[in-house]
Ligand binder design. Structure first.
Ligand code: ZN
Length: 205
């Protein structure tokens, strides 16, 4: 793989000039396809005639991916302390050294798993009813903020799950936390554990 440096020259097709032009490599701000955000100062080749970015070398791919993740939305809810204790207990069970970094991955995992499974969506919908008494009693516990930066994929899937479940954002999160409790905290030997540990190992790699 060729590594390009600022000032290197090449040739590429410029869509603006509608011809093959000479190009110069340098660090530039490049907008994403969506146009919603920009990857700042990544290596790219610009047209020598009009200045348009015409090529992005492979070496810039990781930086673009990182920028895209950072540009993603934040997911924020306020819930009673026991909800977060459930989440942290689940994370602790999967990997005692992970701390709160696993919170986001666990929620993203459950969102991803539920979004295309009608039975799981139905269960998310029924959790509020099933756990009504518990949720009521937790109202006296301190309120805690759960704030996470999530990737655009998770954010989109979460929005889709809000639609499919017809639950409010906060209720959906609480309901997901009930599922996390039932599947990871309550069982003596959670069947999901091997898969979750593989996921954590992959994240750490
Ligand atoms: Zn041009």
């Amino acid at each position: 793989m060729k590594i390009w440096y600022a000032g290197d020259r090449s040739k590429a097709l410029c869509e603006t000039c509608r011809k093959v032009v000479t190009t110069t490599f340098g660090y530039h701000d490049v907008p994403f396809e969506s146009g919603l955000a920009v990857a700042r100062e990544i290596m790219a080749a610009t047209c020598d005639e009009c200045g348009t970015v015409v090529a992005i070398p492979p070496q810039s791919t990781p930086a673009i991916r990182t920028a895209r993740d950072i540009a993603s939305r934040s997911l924020e809810v306020v819930v009673a302390a026991p909800f977060l204790e459930m989440l942290d207990l689940a994370a602790y069970r999967i990997d005692p050294s992970a701390g709160s970094t696993l919170r986001k991955s666990l929620i993203a995992y459950f969102v991803h798993r539920s979004v295309n499974d009608e039975a799981l969506v139905k269960r998310l919908r029924s959790n509020a009813e099933i756990h009504k008494a518990k949720w009521q009693s937790w109202k006296h516990a301190p309120a805690k903020r759960l704030s996470m930066k999530v990737t655009s994929r998770t954010s989109e899937e979460f929005d889709e799950l809000v639609k499919k479940s017809a639950l409010k954002k906060t209720t959906l999160i609480k309901s997901i936390l009930m599922d996390i409790g039932r599947e990871i905290v309550e069982p003596d030997n959670p069947p999901m554990m091997p898969e979750l540990r593989r996921m954590v190992a992959a994240l750490a790699a």
